[in-house]
Design a protein around this ligand. Structure first.
Ligand code: NAD
Ligand code: GLY
Length: 361
């Protein structure tokens, strides 16, 4: 077991990283709650795999709990499903002392967190992430949101959980595609903050790909520490937190332009990181070796690196709706050195369009 502390103005909490055991979850849950009334939210896949045993433990520990099962997939991060969850919260007589527990990936975490943040102007919230992406990114730092048909994560808030419990063994049931998608966001930490971490990844990539629990524990703890540090400095993205969005300006546009149907979130972010790095190269910010190293690592992880069949003008249109935009300018997080990125607006439109359409020579 290892613990990472997240300290923010609004709430400070521990991320507990456990290899297999669920028992400490019940202990930490009791410690972090104001009352024993809980509403667990999970999607249909996670419900089948994990809910029964958690239900038994919660009953034995005398929690007053119920579960709501939502369909898996990005489409569930919607106003329609938010409304259903509010109804379920009212039916269960959740009050301000009650807690919503997100058991699942980033979709369930973002949606449930949005409900916890807004129902009665805020009730208790606990994250139990079960995908690699959720364990290293979405469950940490308090960004909660739902999508609008026109734009991703456009309705949301910053709302920190009171506890995050990571049981790494849940990754054993994750599909290969979803596991690799999480790797994209894991690799991101090396490019934005700690290039040494990429060397470690390089040395340990076979173990990571084989889901060796010890290697995963190190990688997850490293990622959580980096994210906790950044969020502790800048909880509400007034400055440095924006670097966590490396790959996301193009990545979110790819997801929206393809109606969230072709790429997983992690795959879209992988392509977004590659194309934002190509943009940095075309702007003269980094050298060719930097880009080639990145493409090599992504290929080793079987992550997509090419932007195919997505119309450049549609991507430009989707990027014009990005939350980070300032005064009509699209904002990018671009690499400038090993483990270092900077925030740019005012990017030359022709270079951007050429990069999206043709990459780089
Ligand atoms: P997801 O929640 O859709 O989960 C992916 C798939 O894995 C689903 O089909 C799910 O049912 C299944 N699954 C989950 N856990 C499993 C397990 N242990 N075994 C087998 N199957 C399992 O996707 P995700 O990649 O976890 O999250 C993507 C979402 O996270 C996007 O909506 C993205 O916008 C959001 N996100 C949020 C933040 C944030 O800071 N809040 C950061 C990054 C991403
Ligand atoms: N995933 C970006 C952030 O949490 O800020």
């Amino acid at each position: 077991m290892s613990n990472v502390y997240v300290k923010t103005k609004h709430r400070s909490y521990y991320i507990h990283i456990e290899e297999r055991d669920w028992k400490p979850f019940i202990i930490y849950l009791k410690e972090s709650l104001k009352s024993n009334r809980l509403l667990i939210v999970c999607d249909d896949n996670v419900h089948k795999l994990y809910y029964q045993s958690i239900d038994i433990m919660l009953s034995e520990a005398k929690f007053d709990h119920d579960v709501v099962v939502v369909p898996h997939g990005e489409a569930t991060k919607s106003i329609k499903w938010a409304e259903k969850l509010y109804t379920k919260a009212i039916d269960n007589r959740l009050d301000r002392q009650s807690t919503i527990v997100a058991l699942g990936g980033g979709v369930v975490g973002d949606l449930s967190g949005f409900i916890a943040a807004t129902y009665m102007r805020g009730i208790g919230f606990v994250q139990v992430p079960t995908t690699l992406l959720a364990q290293i990114d979405s469950s940490v730092g308090g960004k909660v949101a739902i999508n609008h048909l026109m734009a991703k994560n456009i309705v949301g808030s910053f709302y920190q959980p009171s506890m995050v419990y990571i049981n790494i063994s849940t990754l054993e049931t994750l599909s290969e595609r979803e596991f690799l998608s999480g790797l994209a966001e894991l690799i991101k930490y090396g490019f934005i903050w700690d290039y040494e971490f990429l060397n470690w990844m390089d040395d340990n990539i076979d173990k990571i790909l084989a889901r060796d629990i010890e290697a995963l524990k190190n990688a997850i703890a490293k990622a959580c520490k980096i994210k906790a540090h950044i969020v502790s400095i800048d909880e509400t993205e007034q400055g440095i937190r924006a670097i966590l969005n490396f790959g996301h300006t193009i990545g979110h546009a790819i997801e929206a332009a393809t109606n969230y149907k072709i790429y997983t979130h992690g795959e879209a972010i992988a392509i977004g990181m590659i194309y934002e790095t190509k943009l940095a190269y075309n702007l003269g910010l980094i050298n060719r070796q930097y880009l080639d190293n990145m493409i090599f690592l992504f290929k080793r992880c079987s992550l997509p690196t090419d932007l195919k069949d997505v119309d450049t003008s549609l991507l430009m249109d989707k990027m014009s709706l990005d939350k980070k935009n300032k005064g009509g300018d699209i904002v990018f997080v671009l690499p400038v050195d090993a483990g270092e990125v900077e925030i740019f607006s005012n990017i030359d439109k022709d270079i951007l369009e050429k990069t999206l359409a043709k990459g780089c020579e």
